[in-house]
Structure formats: C-alpha cells, structure tokens
Design a protein around this ligand. Structure first.
Ligand SMILES: [Zn+2]
Length: 107
C-alpha cells in the first residue's frame, strides 16, 4: 500500500497541468494529448529560437566587424579574406549557440 502511494506521488510529480486545457500532461511533453495543441510545457521553443537568432545576429555583427578590421589592416589579399570569412562563421556559430544556450536557461 505504501509503495503504491509513493509510485502515485511520483507519477503526479511528473505531470503538469496543460496551460491550454488544464488537464495533467507528462512533464516535458511536446504537445498535450488531450487538446493536441498546447505549447511545450518546459522551455518555450519560440523563446529559445528568438534568443538563438539574437545571439547569431550579435555574432554576425562582431564577426563582420572583426573581418572588416582584418581586411582594413592587412588589405584585400586572398589569405586575409579566408581568415576574415572564418572569423565571421566562427562568431556567428558561437553567438547562435550561446543564444540557444541562454534561451534554454542553461548556465
Ligand atoms: Zn491540453
């Protein structure tokens, strides 16, 4: 009897009310099985995407700035252009990842 109670308690802890219809949904479910349309319960996907885009934009800006400075100092040589391009790509991906990480609430 006692074990049953614990199992039930655990099951209840893993369920959260759907923000749309209020019925219990498994924690972390992508959509509600009752109304089939509620947004993700844990971590708003749109929020994460927006944070990632913002991070990517910031990275693109910094990368472009880095590339412009590189080209300005060393001139428009083939090798410099490659480094500048790599700089932009690196900053862009780093910014995107950082943004996504922040949007998810990781530290
Ligand atoms: Zn629902």
């Amino acid at each position: 009897m006692e074990a049953e109670g614990i199992v039930q308690e655990q099951a209840e802890q893993q369920e959260q009310p759907c923000p749309r219809c209020g019925r219990p949904v498994a924690d972390g479910a992508v959509y509600c099985p009752h109304c089939c349309g509620a947004p993700r319960l844990r971590g708003d996907t749109r929020h994460i995407m927006r944070a990632g885009l913002r991070g990517g934009a910031a990275g693109l800006f910094l990368g472009s700035l880095c590339a412009v400075i590189l080209l300005w100092f060393w001139g428009d040589v083939r090798g410099t252009r490659g480094i500048a391009f790599g700089c932009v790509v690196t900053f862009l991906t780093t910014g995107l990842l950082l943004g996504l990480t922040r949007g998810r609430g990781w530290r």
